[in-house]
Unconditional design. Structure first.
Length: 109
C-alpha cells in the first residue's frame, strides 16, 4: 500500500529527481503567469524589473523564480495541493519570484 498523499507532502525533502529542468522556460512561465516583469525607462537606458513577492519591484537580475512545493513530490501529490487534475512540479502556479538575498532562507524553510 502506498503512502497517503498528505504524508508524502509532509515528508518531502528538497532532493530533486532526475527529470530535466529548464530554468529559463520556468522563469519565463512564472513571469507570464504573474505578469511580474516590466521595463522601466530611465535617463540613461531602460532596465528590466521583476516583481519579488516579498520586496516588490527589483532589478530582474536580482530575482529568481522559486518552487513553492519541493521538486521531490510526485505529480499526484502536487495536484492534490493545488486542487487541480493535472499540475506538474514546474507549473507556474507552484512558484513565486524571490530576491537572491532571501533565496537561501526560502530553500531552508
Amino acid at each position: 500500500m502506498s503512502m497517503p498523499w498528505w504524508l508524502r507532502i509532509a515528508s518531502a525533502s528538497g532532493n530533486q529527481t532526475n527529470t530535466k529542468f529548464k530554468a529559463n522556460s520556468f522563469r519565463q512561465g512564472v513571469e507570464d503567469f504573474y505578469e511580474a516583469s516590466k521595463i522601466e525607462e530611465t535617463d540613461f537606458m531602460p532596465r528590466k524589473l521583476a516583481f519579488c513577492h516579498v520586496l516588490g519591484w527589483l532589478p530582474s537580475k536580482e530575482v529568481r523564480a522559486a518552487h513553492l512545493v519541493p521538486k521531490s513530490l510526485d505529480e499526484i501529490s502536487v495536484a492534490h495541493l493545488f486542487g487541480a487534475g493535472a499540475v506538474t512540479i514546474d507549473d507556474p502556479r507552484n512558484s513565486e519570484f524571490i530576491t537572491l538575498i532571501l533565496l537561501p532562507v526560502f530553500d531552508q524553510w
